[in-house]
Design a protein around this ligand. Structure first.
Ligand SMILES: [Zn+2]
Length: 122
């Protein structure tokens, strides 16, 4: 990946340092400046840096979200409140049929379950 122009800092070195650069982990100001200068001059490296920055941000957001326990606790409470809403109830009917002949006993069990509002019964 190169734009064909000559740079003081080769593209490969910039690309190697991109992640460190995005995380502000390069302490050497001269190196940071060289990378910034290169990015300004070199569109492919600029594009790559922008792409890495977005990926880096998304990864951090994802890690933050999965580490936040209260979020899932809140979600569970919301779901629980939704299920306990009074206008919804659980309807269950079981039909149990047993047919006995000389040769076999046939047992047939039907369980009908319905989760709905009382309006369904009208
Ligand atoms: Zn470059």
């Amino acid at each position: 990946m190169s734009c064909g122009n000559h740079h003081n800092l080769p593209c490969t070195e910039v690309l190697h340092a991109i992640v460190l650069y995005i995380d502000h982990e390069i302490e050497d100001n001269e190196s940071v400046h060289a990378i910034e200068l290169h990015i300004q001059e070199c569109p492919p490296c600029a594009a790559r840096t922008a792409q890495e920055a977005i990926l880096n941000q998304q990864l951090k957001a994802l890690l933050n979200r999965s580490c936040r326990e209260e979020a899932s606790e809140q979600l569970r409470r919301n779901v629980g409140a939704m299920i306990r809403q009074p206008q919804f109830e659980w309807h269950q009917s079981i039909t149990y049929t047993e047919i006995t002949t000389d040769t076999f006993i046939h047992t047939h069990v039907e369980i009908h379950e319905r989760f709905g509002s009382d309006d369904d019964q009208r």
